[in-house]
Design a protein. Structure first.
Length: 365
């Protein structure tokens, strides 16, 4: 039985987290075959009560470090103490630290990193982006396998961190359609049916492009169109100010964080996605799983792999606000087959199939 030690950024429950990386990590750990592997999890920064996370490994370690990049010695000591067959880390900061730890007498063990974003784009915002890239190049090469969620991510990590292609593999995020349908079953309509309801969900950050969504929406002069935004984040005040500046405040609702966004997806008319870049947008899988068609910026990070024009929505060039507004109007005049929208993601991204791909990697190391 192989021993696997996972490194996670923080302890946030699947139900309350709005960070896709944490959700996907917890889902993978909970669904992996317990009969084949002995699992332990190291959490860099405990945020929620561990019991509330619904995390089910054999053992949980708290490293109690507020800054991931300063947790090197704790990561190194834990790997040495636990002596796992495989070390599996999630998210770029942890990947750098754990990759650095491998330089010290851990060559007999196998190391897997799961990348969470497009590094060349995600790190542009960092003050010391050149140093960050150097850390990628120094320590990502220490991994046996780097899991990317999209073709865009794979191309970027190969170029940005000078990683040989044969060390990378593409495994997209998974979707549990049945679980989502359980959460929307018998849920009352959350919207006023006299409106054409446009829904957007995500963290209120620059990356997610809600500023562009508001500008596109302001171009639509149809009186019954209404926009609802679910999410919270550092740009909330700025986006509300922009809403007032564009004079669309009466037609835009900010709902904040919602534990169950699926009940809104189930009753909306179209989903709007305006990210500037992504790792792999779970929210598009979730939207399609409810049968809701999408208008999306075709940003780097998996959109082109998920959205099939005319089947489950439409793709628009990133930043083309006028085209985005026109496609929202276009979809309002169309009748999408909701069953077809669901089936566009149901099988390719089925949870069990994705878990099997991870288990195959582990078995082959």
């Amino acid at each position: 039985m192989k021993k696997i030690l996972f490194f996670l950024p923080s302890s946030v429950s699947v139900e309350t987290s709005i960070l896709g990386t944490e959700k996907n990590a917890i889902t993978l750990i909970n669904e992996i075959n317990r009969k084949k592997y002995q699992l332990s999890v190291a959490i860099i920064n405990i945020k929620d009560n561990v019991d509330s996370i619904n995390l089910k490994p054999n053992k949980i370690h708290s490293l109690n470090s507020s800054r991931t990049l300063f947790s090197f010695f704790r990561c190194y000591s834990l790997i040495k103490k636990e002596n796992p067959d495989i070390v599996f880390s999630f998210m770029h900061h942890i990947n750098i630290v754990v990759g650095a730890a491998r330089m010290y007498n851990f060559q007999i063990r196998k190391f897997i990193a799961r990348e969470s974003n497009i590094p060349s784009l995600d790190n542009k915002k960092l003050k010391f982006s050149k140093i960050h890239q150097l850390l990628y190049k120094l320590f990502y090469k220490n991994y046996d396998v780097i899991v990317c969620q999209s073709k865009d991510m794979q191309r970027d990590i190969i170029s940005y961190a000078s990683i040989p292609k044969e060390k990378t593999i593409i495994i997209p995020n998974a979707i549990d359609v049945n679980k989502i349908h359980q959460k929307i079953r018998c849920s009352p309509n959350q919207f006023n049916n006299t409106f054409y309801n446009i829904l957007a969900v995500g963290r209120l950050t620059y990356q997610k492009g809600f500023d562009m969504l508001l500008k596109a929406f302001s171009l639509i002069k149809i009186s019954n169109f209404h926009l609802t935004i679910i999410g919270m984040g550092p740009n909330e005040k700025e986006l509300k100010n922009l809403t007032n500046k564009l004079q669309i405040g009466a037609k835009v609702t900010f709902l904040g964080f919602q534990n169950n966004p699926y009940k809104y997806m189930a009753h909306a008319d179209v989903f709007a996605f305006t990210s500037r870049y992504e790792g792999f947008p779970n929210v598009l899988l979730e939207s399609c799983a409810t049968g809701l068609p999408v208008v999306a910026f075709n940003c780097p990070g998996g959109v082109n792999e998920i959205i099939k024009d005319g089947i489950n929505g439409f793709k628009v060039e990133v930043g083309d606000i006028e085209a985005f507004a026109k496609h929202l109007i276009k979809v309002s005049k169309m009748k999408f087959n909701s069953k077809q929208v669901v089936e566009s993601v149901k099988y390719e991204y089925k949870l069990r199939n994705i878990i099997n791909q991870y288990e195959k990697i582990i078995d082959n190391l």
